[in-house]
Ligand binder design. Sequence first.
Ligand SMILES: *Cc1c(COP(=O)(O)O)cnc(C)c1O
Length: 384
Amino acid sequence: MTYRIPFNKPFLTGHELGYIGRALASGHIAGDGAYTRQCEAFFQGGLGVPRALLTNSCTSALEIAAILAGIGPGDEVIVPSFTFVSTANAFYLRGAKPVFADIRPDTLNLDERLLPGLITGHTRAIAPVHYAGVGCEMDAILALAGRHGLTVIEDAAQAVDATYKGRPLGTLGQFGAYSFHETKNLTCGEGGVLLVNDPAYAERAEIIREKGTNRSQFFRGQVDKYTWTDLGSSYVMADVLAAFLWAQLEKMAEITERRRRVHGCYSRYLRPLAERGLLRLPYAPEYCRHNYHMFYILLGTLEARTRLIQYLKAKGIQTTFHYVPLHTSKVGEQLGYRAGMLPVSETLGDTLLRLPFYAELAEAEIIEVCREIHGFFGVDFREA
Ligand SMILES: *Cc1c(COP(=O)(O)O)cnc(C)c1O
């Protein structure tokens, strides 16, 4: 069915086609052309990281990070259960065991207080996920990782243009990864970037990304032929998509600002329901500047959420739940997990509802969504 107010609409700045046209005219549409260099320089300069590598997805960036971190069979990597499958799969692909951690009830991020109890002699890495672009408790996570010699790989898929205590998310661990999937704040359809925050890994990262070859060095004239030198796969973003991405990156501040407005409207119009205890609104600590990636509400029960989804659907409004906690998935069960083991992830997985959210969502539409949610609860709606 088509919805009057859909859940997501990718935002276009208007320059995408023009830049794609220039990439086509240049004759260089495969990876590592002029737009790729421009996008990578944007992240390296803007974030102050030694190397940023565009990839064809955030999933690919996480896979490269897993190889760089030396993850292999017999290793354990701690990941939140409440996340997208790629956070765990990147390590599972290497033969490692994902160890699922429960989440904090306030931010829905990996609960750092549980980490000491999950570390064993096999633990090699921690992969915090900054849910909704709100930073995890990185000081505690980094300190713990430092004490145990663990690699920190930030799944910052949702966290472009967000900070933790003034530092950009994705730049705090050894590696970070952003996503430019259609559903993210900035997009090129499908795409990602690997942030290599430790320069010691930069050269190997290039090689793994280029099918295990030293092609990047060859193109820079550093070697006179290119050859197979390491593990690798096809992780490069086509320059024609980097052109698309550039049209978004140059408007990053404007896009974040538009989303801030949407987030603010929802908060304002739903606060009366939160004050009556009918639902819970998203929370971000004051030292986390988030990027307004999504707006979710937490209902009392799974049954209430199911009814609200149906109620809004009947009004032409598309809402959606989020992750099935990975420990309750088929693979999670094969790894020995059972429902009941990570209660916060399970409860929030059952009761979280994401509302329509995109840069061009008009205030009148937000008011309509909020008015209907009030109607669902039988509460009079008042415009603030
Ligand atoms: C979107 C997302 C991914 C995957 O990003 P792709 O670019 O689609 O590979 C991974 N992790 C999280 C937390 C995400 O939200």
